[in-house]
Design a protein around this ligand. Structure first.
Ligand code: GLN
Length: 451
């Protein structure tokens, strides 16, 4: 534990942590040591040093969603995922920087300042769970939790050269996860190997009476899946994704080479059409901003955190001023967009249309997955951006989510695993998608392909 705490100090400049729970983590480590000496049986994650994204509640600890509007707010209860980590004897070492309310792809929209990519500090780590990715990348903790609404676990994992899993929607309870877009949000896991990620999923997945969208399905034993190695799989890749004009040509060549290698190893790899790719980013941003505009209405200066110091305002003006001062630019942009697409005159043109696109994409995706074990596609069209590169152009930033939002629109589980290094020195990964609730096979395939 001391070694981790020293490393955290040494890598302060990366700005991955919002707060380090140093004393408390040491205390917990000591008590675990004593229990080991007493011959007690410890939980499955005993001593596993874990970081949590600053949108996940941990009782009596501050949580801010990296927003000024929640500055100084202390959680009254712990997220179910956190409760389960603690019951399994993991040690929570601190909370991790992210984009404000998990909105972003670079971790530059944070009230706590930007996070740097440890492999090249002139580049972003990705977002919104940038701190969670960098903490694992730089060995500041063993595993971490993030949240993935449109790619926020897989995309920073890709940019940082590590593994990022977004489970099926409903696999992990969202109780205690600060909501961005409730029909998309899912807690995800970062790690450096599949076995670690599987072990954490095993503990935190499963039904929860505090979240009616958490599935009642039993959680299978993931280790059994990992023990069965070396199978041949039937894999599809999306032709439209591979030939998309936005994809870096060197990465495209890398993926093609990888598919050829898989075929040579005896896997079936086939191209399938996916005509809706150009609509998924638009549908995602219409639906998620709509949900966000509703979810974020609770931050009104009265119930939580920040309130304007201005005196003598009418109630409506007090709300407006508190929200104008408390929220950052990107969050305000999304609340405005979401309010617009839900407004009476535009509801059918935007919100209903986007829901129809979502339905078509779900059907298409399920169709492909009924014929194949997995779908492979890039995680992001490029390697990590330079700091500041996309900040003036939100549309360019949104378009980079093209490959990740698919799994959130459809709810299927997806994992990003590191694949290769680009000639610019940065890593890039590949994304694997499997059927709903089939994390077992997803992790097994990822494990086999990583070798
Ligand atoms: N980049 C996406 C967005 O800005 C993803 C965010 C997320 O998954 N939390 O919405």
């Amino acid at each position: 534990m001391r070694q981790y705490l020293e490393r955290i100090e040494q890598f302060r400049h990366l700005n991955a942590f919002v707060e380090v729970f140093a004393e408390e983590a040491l205390e917990r480590a000591r008590s675990l040591d004593i229990r080991v000496r007493n011959g007690e049986k410890l939980g499955p994650l005993a001593g596993v040093v874990t970081g949590i994204k600053d949108v996940i509640c941990y009782r009596d600890h501050e949580v801010s969603a990296s927003s000024n509007i929640l500055k100084g707010f202390t959680s009254l209860y712990s997220a179910t995922a956190v409760e389960r980590l603690l019951e399994a004897d993991a040690v929570i070492i601190g909370n991790l920087n992210c984009d404000e309310f998990a909105m972003g792809s670079t971790n530059e929209n944070s009230a706590h300042g930007k996070v740097l990519n440890a492999l090249d500090t002139t580049r972003v780590p990705g977002g919104s769970s940038g701190g969670s990715a960098v903490a694992v990348q730089a060995d500041l903790c063993l595993v971490s939790l993030g949240s993935d609404t449109g790619g926020s676990v897989r995309q920073p994992a890709d940019f940082c050269g590590i593994i990022g899993l977004k489970p099926t929607y409903g696999r992990i309870s969202r109780h205690g996860l600060i909501a961005y877009a409730s029909s998309f949000d899912q807690i995800g896991i970062f790690g450096k190997n599949i076995a670690d990620v599987a072990a954490v999923l095993q503990v935190i997945a499963g039904p929860d009476t505090y979240d009616s969208t958490a599935s009642q399905r039993e959680v299978p034993d993931y280790q059994t899946y990992l023990n069965e190695g070396n199978k041949s799989y039937k894999i599809a890749y999306l032709k439209d994704a591979l030939h998309h004009e936005g994809l870096d040509p060197e990465m495209r060549a890398g993926y093609e080479q990888f598919f050829d290698n898989l075929k040579a190893e005896g896997h079936t790899v086939e191209a399938v059409n996916f005509d809706y790719l150009d609509y998924v980013v638009a549908a995602y941003y219409v639906l998620t901003t709509a949900e966000a505009s509703s979810n974020l209405s609770r931050f009104d200066g009265v119930k939580y955190g920040y309130r304007t110091p201005a005196a003598g305002l009418e109630l409506a003006d007090f709300y407006k001023k508190s929200r104008s001062e408390g929220f950052g630019k990107e969050v305000k942009r999304r609340i405005l967009l979401g309010t617009f697409v839900l407004s009476a005159g535009y509801y059918d043109a935007y919100f209903t249309k986007a829901q129809q696109v979502r339905r078509l994409v779900v059907e298409k995706m399920n169709g492909i997955l009924s014929c194949y074990d997995a779908i492979l596609l890039p995680t992001v069209p490029s390697t990590a951006f330079k700091i500041g590169e996309k900040m003036e152009d939100p549309i360019a930033m949104y378009l980079a989510d093209i490959y990740t939002v698919l799994a959130n629109l459809t709810g299927v589980p997806a994992v990003s695993i590191p694949l290769q290094r680009h000639s610019n020195g940065m890593p890039y990964g590949i994304q694997i998608i499997a059927k709903q609730f089939d994390e077992g096979h997803l992790l097994q395939i990822a494990n086999n392909l990583l070798q």
